[in-house]
Design a protein around this ligand. Structure first.
Ligand SMILES: Cc1cc2nc3c(=O)[nH]c(=O)nc-3n(C[C@H](O)[C@H](O)[C@H](O)COP(=O)(O)OP(=O)(O)OC[C@H]3O[C@@H](n4cnc5c(N)ncnc54)[C@H](O)[C@@H]3O)c2cc1C
Length: 420
């Protein structure tokens, strides 16, 4: 009975101030705590920032939301491949939390969470301060399983947005006219299924135009191009990309820029620009593991609420969770709303009638003027307690300049819905 309206420590009648009708919880009958419920959100990416915003938009004064995110500017990985072919400035992809804090009254702590104690419902930040929570939402994105120690400044993955993408851009600019760009693609699941193939296309297109004697080689851990095979495969042929599947990376030497592999025609590849995207695991994995949230590399959750199946009171959303839906920002935004509503329902002792569908969308530039798209919807199945594909909703669009233009409308909507 801990969180039911009758048993909780201090309730007064709900005032409708600050609650959005979109929440649909019946605001007139809503009760709220005299002191607001405390929700802490870890991570201010697409999942965490959306959850923080919608908790306040729908929960109003009934909930105090603290977003713990070390960065004051979040550099979105979405569209970041356009930095590599000089089609977007890095500044355009920098998001801040000013609207979340100013308009929605989210509290932003520019720290990392270093410890979670589910027994006392307290978290410790990296400055040793502590915060208590009624609910904790964990959204740390992904981390990487490096094969060995090497210098990521020399061999950047450039897979989390920000400085590494700009480093990779500089390396491409400085490539000799007959140089080699070698990139490796990790085994699924990885963040943004079309993303690595999109990167190979935009870089190959740029090199063909600016350094036509260079060579781009893709070493893919997967048995084939994972998504949009027709579009990416056709572009690889058009651009002269050398593509090998079923390739496992066994070692990386950042001094010689050599990747050692198995399953490829050669045992190792040395390149002027080496872009190794290592295999993925949940972000902040040491902390999540110490808290008992992981099973293998990812955090299992109840699909309906995104609450951990292993630790009560903690929800995991975005790339770190293990429901099997794509690891992508658009669907992370969708998961965050399901989770925010479930958390508010639970705190207010309401039945959870949150929406039963989430959807994913990726736009992929394949040149400086054309893009493809891929989308799909997932529906909650009460019988399997899982998100299942709504089959007719899965579709892809072929490369076109129209899709390229639409990509900016889509991304602008997603960025606004998350951060503004
Ligand atoms: C090239 C590329 C193209 C992409 N294109 C698309 C696309 O077209 N469509 C799409 O939907 N997705 C796309 N994505 C994927 C998308 O960027 C990710 O899936 C999305 O960012 C995941 O959101 P998240 O909130 O789970 O993680 P993130 O966005 O990575 O955010 C996690 C946050 O958690 C913070 N954090 C980590 N540890 C801690 C801690 N201990 N304490 C506090 N905070 C912490 C980090 O600082 C980070 O800001 C693309 C990705 C790439 C690389």
């Amino acid at each position: 009975m801990k969180n039911s309206p009758m048993s909780r420590r201090h309730f007064i009648k709900w005032t409708s101030v600050g609650i959005a009708s979109a929440w649909g919880l019946g605001s007139l009958s809503m009760a709220r705590a005299a002191q607001p419920y405390k929700v802490v959100v870890m991570g201010g990416g697409f999942a965490g920032a959306t959850a923080a915003k919608y908790l306040k938009l729908w929960g109003g004064a009934s909930v105090e939301v603290t977003l713990v995110e070390p960065k004051t500017t979040y550099h979105t990985p979405i569209l970041s491949n356009l930095i590599l072919n000089d089609q977007i400035s890095p500044a355009k992809l920098g998001m801040n939390y000013d609207t979340l804090t100013g308009q929605y009254k989210v509290i932003h702590k520019a720290n990392k969470i270093s410890r979670i104690d589910p027994a006392t419902k307290r978290i410790t930040l990296d400055d040793n301060s502590t915060l208590s929570y009624d609910r904790l939402i964990v959204a740390p994105g992904v981390d990487f399983k490096y094969t060995n120690d090497y210098d990521v400044n020399k061999v950047p993955h450039a897979w989390q947005g920000g400085a590494q993408v700009q480093d990779l851009r500089k390396q491409i600019e400085n490539m000799p006219s007959n140089g080699h760009f070698v990139m490796t693609i990790p085994p699924a699941p990885f963040r943004c299924p079309p993303g690595p193939y999109e990167r190979a296309c935009v870089v190959a297109d740029w090199l063909n135009k600016n350094k036509p004697n260079t060579k781009l080689i893709v070493l893919d851990a997967n048995p084939d191009i994972v998504v949009e095979k027709d579009s990416f495969g056709a572009r690889f042929s058009q651009y002269g990309v050398e593509y090998h599947s079923n390739v496992t990376v066994t070692a990386v030497n950042s001094d010689t820029k050599t990747v050692t592999v198995s399953g490829a025609p050669r045992a190792s590849y040395t390149a002027e620009v080496l872009n190794v995207i290592p295999a993925h695991k949940a972000g902040a994995s040491a902390l999540l593991s110490a808290t008992g949230l992981l099973s293998g590399d990812w955090a299992p959750v109840k699909a309906r609420t995104f609450e951990s199946t292993q630790v009560a009171g903690i929800h995991i959303i975005g790339d770190a969770q293990a429901t099997g839906v794509p690891k992508a920002g658009h669907i992370a935004n969708s998961e965050a709303k399901i989770c925010a509503e479930a958390v508010l329902n639970s705190l207010h002792g309401k039945p959870n009638n949150s929406a039963q569908k989430i959807n994913s969308a990726c736009y992929s530039p394949v040149s400086a003027t054309e893009a493809t798209w891929l989308t799909g919807t997932y529906s909650y199945s009460a019988s399997t307690k899982a998100w299942v594909k709504v089959k007719p909703s899965f579709a892809a669009g072929l490369p076109s300049t129209k899709h390229y233009r639409e990509m900016f409308g889509w991304s602008s909507n997603l960025f606004s819905d998350t951060f503004a």
